[in-house]
Write a protein that binds this ligand. Structure first.
Ligand SMILES: [Cu+2]
Length: 846
């Protein structure tokens, strides 16, 4: 490692010339293309992250505007600003927008912008995936709002409870716009989760081992895992409901053996972790800003990390506290009530660490710090009402009143929006190179802070008095009209404050005064960059030996701007980053990244057309779109690595590293692991639905027809195992240099898997009949279809790798793609075995 540590010698004139040339080369390689085409094809993390943030802020304004109408309607009893139908639509769109189109994406934007800069690298490991995610998010949002144009706006609430949202009680396309639009936008969340997990695990600067990682990166890592496990239940629930609406399946319909409460379980299985998915990155922002303004390292670093991890785990055990009023067994009530209170402990630990840090330091009260104080006050209040609601009897009292509305806005605005604004002001000088106006930003803060509390504090009282939520008016006799008038007036103050902040931030990019570099004198790596940061971030990849490298060794700034360190020379005119060991953070591999490309935009557009065809019931169009979609993704994969990529490159004088196709910790491998976590969680949610319906629905299974293990079923099992053998033998043959044998084993796996489906599906059709008959048939067919879909993907992958072997892109040395393919096949075979046992064995013992 000592050879990598920069020495601070004075460069000679010849070095200066070389330096200028190298910087020019780096700039050329990492630049986006020119003009509109350049914007449409950009994949660079700084560009994409800023788009996420700007788009999120636009949706904040739109969602905020809807809430202004809601507040006007509630300002006095008996008003008619919005008729009841519009009111339900606005409430639905307000909640949906704030949760799915503002809070989650903007935090992804912060993470995408900061993670490579804080970790000391040049970009995220899958730049095309970042761009693809943003397009999906944008199109999903447009999709959702296009419901206004088509006059069928979702009105089932942001929680979309069944049976209200099924085709009987919500005819028309409103609910479909919600289900499809939100799922489309969610693609951005799950792709970002994979991307960020891989980035944090394998692309940290040399020397940044896990104990030196910035707390923001820890928070994002935990959040990304939570997204991987928390979003699939919602995605599955949306798919099931959409299938029920479009094809008349019966998951949630009591008359045919379904259960509407299944929706609530799946929804809150996502919905509660969601609160922490929003809060944890914000907590990471606080853990970054507090030490800077206290001018000392954070107190209790390890405790904060443990608290983040503990919050991640605990939050999954809490979903039932949203359902205390639906009739849950007493023992379960007690368990979930205790767990809901317990989650306050890790949050408390973090708050103590922040206060102790401020206490031990010399706090400096600048605008970001003001927002942190606003966060402390607001979030602690919200936490206290949360503990109150965790008591079951109190929850029964306050359920579905404005008390809950007040609580959730205190937690979400307090816990997410205040830290988000703190972060916006904190990193603004880095992004813009300029300082915001002190007077405008302070006024913005006070308007938001005072407006927020005057708007939401009264709701605790109106709720306790009995003012119901989700209802467009209330009786004069409740005596809450003056409190509501106050809430409405204060709501407008809050809105003015937010607009002032956004104007301030926008103006800063043009008119702000040029700031000095590192104006807050922070210690983390992103502040080593020039302001605004160049597209390649670091001219040389930094080497670190402390949690606050800039405080520990100010020479780091100079070293990262010279071009004689790691990757200072753009090797072959392509974009390269360095991969390091997960635990040790020693350099392990050189990773080649994609340049600007049309692929992400085209892929997202194809999906948009596919979904548009679905929502208008033009199913032929949707099916037709599968072809270009598959083609685009194969093209995407084809261009990752090939035989033209060198086997190793020189990343610094005297240091050669293998390229990713040879590396054990290749990003592609970890992307597979991340993807399988998401897919596995989706599958687990489906299995949960199967058991839930089995155990809860009366008259199950309908008509007495259950599947059992028949002869064709046993043959299907045999075919599945044969496919597993093929997938297992393929890479072994490849590594031994028998490329022909590898291709033959691939073909064997493909044929066996297809045989498995051909045996299984007709037998299911025989035994359970059409999926519309009964919820049992619905869920059996969905399980079988889920498995069939995975086999289809596995077949595509195996065919793809066989072709790559044939073209010499994959061989005994460059075997990464074969490893990935086999990993996926193993998963599919394992999942198939579980599906088989669920369908054919479980009914015998149930
Ligand atoms: Cu909750």
């Amino acid at each position: 490692m000592s050879t990598l540590t920069p020495d601070h010698t004075i460069p000679t004139p010849g070095d200066h010339l070389r330096h200028a040339e190298r910087i020019a080369l780096l700039e050329r390689v990492w630049a986006n293309g020119r003009g509109l085409v350049g914007q449409l094809t950009a994949v660079n993390h700084t560009t994409i992250a800023l788009r996420f943030i700007v788009t999120g802020l636009v949706f904040l304004l739109i969602g905020g505007m809807l809430s202004m109408f809601i507040r006007l309607q509630l300002s006095w009893p008996g008003l008619n600003v919005l008729d009841p139908e519009r009111y339900a639509q606005f409430v639905t769109m307000h909640g949906t927008t704030m949760m799915f189109l503002f809070a989650v994406p903007i935090m992804e934007g912060f993470a995408m912008y900061l993670i490579p800069k804080m970790l000391g690298t040049r970009d995220l490991p899958f730049p095309r995936l970042s761009a693809f995610g943003w397009w999906c998010y944008l199109f999903g949002g447009i999709f959702l709002y296009s419901s206004f144009i088509f006059g069928s706006v979702p009105d089932g609430g942001w929680f979309m409870y069944t049976p209200l949202t099924d085709s009987t009680y919500s005819p028309g396309k409103g609910a479909d716009f919600w289900l499809i639009g939100v799922t489309f936008a969610e693609i951005a969340a799950v792709t970002a989760a994979v991307e960020l997990i891989v980035a944090i695990l394998v692309t940290r600067a040399p020397g940044m081992d896990l104990t030196r990682m910035p707390l923001f990166a820890w928070a994002v890592l935990v959040t990304a895992f939570m997204i991987a496990f928390g979003f699939p239940p919602l995605i599955l629930a949306s798919l099931l409901l959409e299938i029920q609406r479009a094809f008349d399946f019966a998951f949630f319909e009591v008359a045919r053996g379904g259960d509407p409460l299944l929706w609530q379980h799946l929804f809150w299985l996502f919905g509660h972790p969601e609160v922490y998915i929003i809060f944890l990155p914000a907590a990471g922002v606080v853990s970054t800003i507090v030490p800077t303004f206290a001018r000392r390292p954070i107190v209790g670093y390890t405790w904060v990390v443990l608290a983040l991890v503990a919050t991640g785990f605990l939050s999954f055990g809490l979903w039932v506290h949203h359902m205390f009023a639906v009739g849950i067994p007493l023992l379960a009530l007690a368990f979930f009530s205790a767990a809901s209170m317990a989650v306050a402990i890790p949050t408390g630990i973090q708050i103590f660490a922040w206060i102790a840090t401020l206490w031990a330091g010399k706090p400096w009260l600048r605008v970001p710090m003001l927002y942190i104080i606003g966060f402390f006050i607001t979030f602690v209040c919200g936490g206290l009402t949360g503990v109150m609601l965790a008591f079951v009897p109190f929850d029964w009292q306050a359920h579905d009143t404005h008390f809950v509305v007040a609580h959730l806005h205190y937690v979400l605005i307090g816990g997410m929006m205040f830290p988000m604004f703190a972060g916006l002001y904190y990193w603004l000088p880095l992004a813009s190179g300029r300082m915001p106006s002190e007077s405008l930003s302070r006024s913005g803060f006070w308007l938001v802070f005072i407006g927020f509390h005057l708007a939401f504090l009264p709701m605790h009282i109106t709720g306790l008095v009995g003012m119901p939520r989700r209802v467009d008016s209330y009786a004069m006799e409740l005596g809450v009209q003056w409190l509501n008038l106050l809430s409405t007036a204060a709501g407008f103050v809050l809105a003015v404050g937010i607009v002032a902040i956004l104007i301030d931030v926008a103006l800063c990019f043009r008119l702000g005064r040029r700031g000095t570099e590192n104006p807050w004198q922070a210690g983390t790596l992103e502040w080593a960059l020039p302001h605004p940061a160049p597209k390649y971030n670091f001219a040389s990849i930094p080497v670190v030996d402390d949690r606050n490298p800039l405080w520990h060794d100010p020479g780091v700034v100079e070293a990262t701007r010279r071009t004689d360190g790691l990757l200072g020379e753009a090797v072959d005119g392509r974009r390269w980053i360095i991969g390091t060991g997960i635990q040790s953070a020693q350099p392990e591999q050189a990773i080649r990244l994609s340049n600007s490309t049309w692929l992400p935009l085209f892929a997202a557009l194809t999906i948009a057309v596919l979904l548009g065809g679905f929502i208008t019931s033009q199913y032929w169009l949707s099916i037709l779109m599968l072809l270009p979609l598959i083609g685009l993704f194969l093209r995407w994969l084809w261009t990752v690595n090939g035989r033209e990529t060198p086997l190793e490159i020189e990343v610094a004088p005297g240091l050669r590293l293998p390229t990713q196709a040879l590396a054990r910790n290749a990003p592609g491998w970890w992307a597979l692991v991340g993807t399988l976590m998401i897919v596995g969680s989706l599958f687990a949610s489906l299995v949960f639905a199967y058991f839930y319906l089995w155990l809860n629905a009366p008259a199950w299974p309908g008509g007495g027809a259950t599947l059992t293990a028949s002869t064709p079923m046993l043959a299907a099992l045999g075919a599945l195992l044969a496919a597993g053998v093929g997938a297992w033998r393929m890479p072994i043959a490849l590594r031994a240099g028998h490329t022909r044998a590898a291709v033959i084993w691939s073909a064997f796996a493909i044929l066996s898997a297809i045989a498995c489906l051909a045996l299984q599906l007709p037998a299911i059709a025989d035994a359970v009949g059409a999926p519309q008959r009964h919820a049992y048939g619905s869920v059996v067919w969905t399980l079988a279809g889920f498995q069939a879909l995975h086999i289809a993907v596995a077949v595509l992958i195996a065919g793809f790798v066989a072709l790559r072997i044939h073209h010499g892109h994959v061989d005994a040395v460059r075997s990464l793609e074969a490893r990935i393919a086999t990993g996926f096949w193993r998963y599919v075979v394992a999942q198939g075995l579980i599906v088989w046992a669920l369908l054919h064995l479980f009914p015998r013992f149930a």
